[in-house]
Design a protein around this ligand. Structure first.
Ligand code: BES
Ligand code: MN
Ligand code: ZN
Length: 515
């Protein structure tokens, strides 16, 4: 994992001698660029007069400044970057614009191989300067992402290995800005690690990899880490995860990571993430076209576990527990079959109609176990659970369902703040009728109608009255809507939503469900 050094400097931008100096500008209400005196002043004004540059959103102009006698150490590259019009965008929308600007800077850095960057940020009407900083830096770090560990390096054309240093020019609010940069670094780094996990193939990232990452985080931040293996799962009668793992030669793991706040009477948030390291569909085998993408079926688990790295670094006043049920879903002579009846950890029996509806089976055990063991004040689960959510919402929003409107609203707000929008789907009790079975308590599919909702209805059977929300990230975990700071493959979605929710957590935020 690369690390980018972030520094605040009191120096003027003109004194910067690194690879790329960036000035961001905003347009006034009439679309006129509001520039301040800068390097390349004449050239910039000329470009504006000719209409070549007007500070539109994500518009760039790269110029080269001269400083006689200094050429040897002075690249003189100056990037002008537009933030678009001053209008009545909400703070969340302005933050997203700044993040996109950060992503644009990252792509320019690749183009000119700039390792050492300096930012001069404008004041953005309607958005506190610490948020301008946080969002630009977050977008920049999220945009500066590549996964080339399995590629042979080309000696002729050395690849760009990332931005090494970002300096921010700041004359005031140093403390706030320093904290803002740190927040950006924590959340962007976690998002990039989640992408790394997802980019690893099924033979590179296994249930054991989740376990060893969790142990590392626990050691680094003094958290408690527990790994349940197959023997413990059998003892605890976790029939769901064991059933899904039946066809596999890779051992299943239930990975548990606990952060305990130093605050007395702190509430507890439980995160549960689907860690399906490869989903072949099992005996109900998936079509081969596109099956390779099913290595991404662990993105919910990746989001939950990397969020814990941020929790460890920031030590919020709320307890956070993450549980990742991890296994792959394979077929073979010992694999789970359609028609089989399994018994979950909670005692609920389930008729297997389709072995490809495996996510709910492993989540059911993890949810029931986590709720029993930790009595959390709320639970949020994340899973690449259904193809149906892509039909409903496309690749632009995560599906959100649950049994507590306060918690749902909280997650929606968090998603909006960080550019990971969610959309609530209904979960009326009628949907549960679709998963009634003739031979068991429930069955694991509800037919074609409302596939995302019936999957959530299945999970709901295992959460009781605990305030619970379910994020179906099947459409957003990879191939997420086009953004400057989101690469083509896995997006790392969910991490920043959870982080934002945890950062803004206060006791009694969630009104308990009536039992
Ligand atoms: N991991 C898949 C869901 C998925 C599909 C995620 C496509 C991303 C893209 C999940 O395990 C699955 O196979 N779900 C089935 C459920 C069905 C059999 C009821 C689905 O959505 O087709
Ligand atoms: Mn499946
Ligand atoms: Zn799956």
């Amino acid at each position: 994992m690369k690390t980018t050094k972030l520094v605040l400097t009191r120096k003027k931008p003109e004194q910067f001698t690194g690879d790329l100096l960036v000035f961001c500008f905003i347009q006034d209400k009439n679309g006129k660029p509001k520039t301040t005196k800068t390097l390349c002043e004449k050239e910039l004004q000329k470009a504006i007069t000719l209409g070549d540059f007007s500070c539109k959103e994500n518009e760039t102009l790269l110029l080269y400044s001269e400083r006689p006698g200094k050429e040897k150490v002075y690249s003189g590259r100056v990037l002008f970057l537009g933030l678009g019009k001053k209008n009545d965008d909400t703070p969340a929308e302005l933050r997203e614009r700044c993040r996109q600007a950060g992503g644009t800077i990252a792509s320019m850095a690749v183009k000119v191989k700039a390792k050492d960057i300096c930012l001069s940020l404008p004041s953005v009407p309607g958005l506190k300067s610490e948020y301008v900083t946080e969002s630009v830096v977050e977008g920049l770090l999220l945009g500066d992402y590549r996964f080339d560990k399995y590629k042979k390096a080309d000696p002729e054309n050395a690849p760009f290995t990332g931005i090494k240093k970002v300096s921010l020019c700041a004359a005031k609010n140093e403390k706030e800005l320093r904290q803002a940069m740190l927040r950006a670094q924590h959340s962007a780094d976690a998002g990039c690690v989640a992408r790394d996990m997802a980019n690893e193939p099924g033979n590179g990232w296994t249930p054991a990899s989740f376990a060893s990452y969790a142990k590392d985080i626990a050691a680094m931040h003094k958290m408690k880490c527990t790994i349940l293996g197959k023997t413990e799962m059998k003892r605890l009668k976790m029939g769901g995860i064991l059933a899904v793992n039946q066809g596999s030669s890779e051992a299943p793991k239930l990975v548990i990571l606990e952060y305990k706040s130093s605050v007395k009477k702190a509430e507890t948030i439980l995160l549960v993430g689907k860690g399906l390291t490869f989903d072949s569909g099992g005996v109900s085998l998936k079509p081969s076209a596109g099956m390779e993408d099913m290595k991404y079926d662990m993105c919910g688990g990746a989001a939950a576990i990397t969020t814990m790295a941020v929790v460890g670094a920031e030590k919020p006043d709320v307890n956070v527990v993450a549980i990742i049920p991890a296994t792959d879903n394979m077929s073979g002579s010992s694999a789970l079959k359609p028609g089989d009846i399994i018994k979950h950890y909670s005692g609920v029996t389930s008729e297997i109609i389709n072995t490809d509806a495996e996510g709910r089976l492993i989540l059911a055990d993890a949810l029931a176990y986590g709720i029993k063991k930790f009595s959390p004040d709320c639970v949020v689960d994340l899973a690449t659970l259904t193809g149906a959510v892509i039909l409903g919402l496309g690749h632009h929003r995560t599906g959100l369902l649950g049994n507590n409107q306060k918690l749902i609203d909280q997650l929606c707000k968090a998603g909006e703040n960080c550019g990971e929008p969610l959309w609530q789907l209904p979960l009326d009790k009628e949907y549960s009728k679709q998963i009634k079975s003739d031979v068991a308590d429930i069955k694991n599919t509800g037919g074609r109608p409302a596939g995302t909702i019936t999957a959530a209805a299945y999970l709901q059977k295992f959460v009781g009255d605990t305030p619970w929300a379910h994020m179906d990230i099947a459409g957003t975990a990879w191939g997420f809507t086009k953004k400057k700071y989101i690469p083509k493959g896995p997006s790392g979605t969910g991490v920043r939503t959870l982080v934002d929710m945890i950062r803004n957590w206060k006791n009694n935020l969630i009104i308990k469900n009536k039992s």
